[in-house]
Design a protein around this ligand. Structure first.
Ligand code: SAM
Ligand code: DTB
Ligand code: SF4
Length: 321
């Protein structure tokens, strides 16, 4: 670490962010790398393993998501995993080198009752292994957020996914303000926010930048910002969209790094479609976290062997517990 800590601004304007985004690529990466090096180790990488603890059958109609019951993807609705299965997975993730474990549920919102109680036990169990615990369960109210915090939850993932304007064309069963309200409950409970979005859903560069501006207005800034490329799953409304150009992902990562100097920027879904070199370019441009393990929630992710090889050839240094 060197130089002065970059300033964590909350007042970025859209024209400024779009101008950054559209800089010549090398100028953009020079800027993002400078911010990165002032706040993070040059080769440090966080490995975060995901597990879907309640898969499919979701009542929401998010256009990108294979778990929505509104779409005809091949993801069947399953029962919630039991506590032991989740703790076994977390133990395996820890043995493979992950330091963070994120549990996802295909819920519109958290409901009181045995499922939420089991979820709280899962959080306690993951914490008991010495892992950072994150979960992503849909909407939360203040009391639910407080109970997750009391169980030891470190971070809550709840993505804004796209701009306020583009949101309505992607999801009709909830609003952008519902998303912001849940982020408010998470912050009031003292849980760190993990929130980012997806590119490749037909949005404009201005939409991508507007989404980042919504997040940059949060106080404090999100602790982590996942940048996903749309996984085009057959049977979902967005299945036929063109693939994301890897350099667009690199630009989005670089802009996120500049706006959120202290955050972990996570190169998230979509890595199976990226060459090793494109992934390393995104990591150089400011990403310092990946999802680690052969599956995201329901779709494939590069396996641990492939990632271990990338880590080795590039001399990256995974975080340790
Ligand atoms: N149901 C909860 C919710 O929507 O907040 C939590 C689980 S949901 C699957 C978590 C995130 O996964 C979404 O916000 C979205 O960013 C991401 N996601 C879902 N399907 C995706 C896809 N096909 N490609 C990329 N990201 C996706
Ligand atoms: C995030 O931003 N991406 C992850 C995690 N947070 C929960 C989920 C990606 C899901 C990709 C589609 C699937 O595997 O179902
Ligand atoms: Fe349900 Fe979350 Fe998928 Fe939307 S993104 S359909 S809320 S699981």
């Amino acid at each position: 670490m060197n130089a002065v800590q970059p300033e964590a601004r909350h007042d970025w304007r859209l024209d400024e962010v779009v101008a950054l985004h559209d800089l010549p690529l090398f100028e953009l990466i020079d800027r993002s790398r400078e911010v990165h090096l002032a706040a993070h180790g040059p080769s440090e990488l966080q490995l975060c393993t995901l597990l879907s603890v309640k898969t499919g059958g979701c009542p929401e109609d998010c256009g990108y998501c294979p778990q929505s019951s509104h779409h005809k993807s091949d993801v069947p609705a399953e029962r919630m995993l039991d506590l032991e299965a989740v703790i076994d997975s977390a133990r395996r993730a820890r043995a493979a080198g992950a330091t963070r474990f994120c549990m996802g549920a295909a819920w519109r919102e958290v409901k009181e009752g045995p499922a939420f109680d089991r979820m709280l036990d899962m959080v306690r169990g993951v914490k008991g292994l010495g892992l950072e615990a994150c979960c992503t369960l849909g909407m939360l109210d203040d009391d639910q957020a407080r109970r997750l915090k009391d169980a030891g939850l470190d971070a809550y993932n709840h993505n804004l996914d796209t701009s306020r304007d583009a949101y309505r064309s992607i999801v009709s069963t909830r609003t952008f303000d519902d998303r912001l309200n849940t982020l408010g409950a998470v912050q009031r409970a003292g849980i760190r926010v993990c929130s980012g979005g997806i590119i490749g859903m037909g949005e404009t560069v201005a939409d991508r930048c507007a989404m980042l501006i919504e997040l940059v207005r949060l106080t404090p800034h999100p602790e982590s910002v996942p940048i996903n490329a749309l996984v085009r799953v057959p049977g979902t409304p967005l299945e036929a969209l063109p693939p994301v150009d890897p350099l667009e992902l690199v630009r989005m990562v670089a802009v996120a790094r500049i706006l959120f100097p202290l955050a972990r920027v996570r190169l998230s879904a979509g890595r199976t479609e990226l060459s090793r070199e494109a992934q390393l370019m995104a990591l150089y441009a400011g990403a310092n976290s990946i999802f680690y393990g052969e599956k995201l929630l329901t779709t494939p992710n590069p396996g641990e062997d492939r990632d271990a090889e990338m880590i080795r050839v590039a001399g990256l240094v995974p975080l340790t517990a």
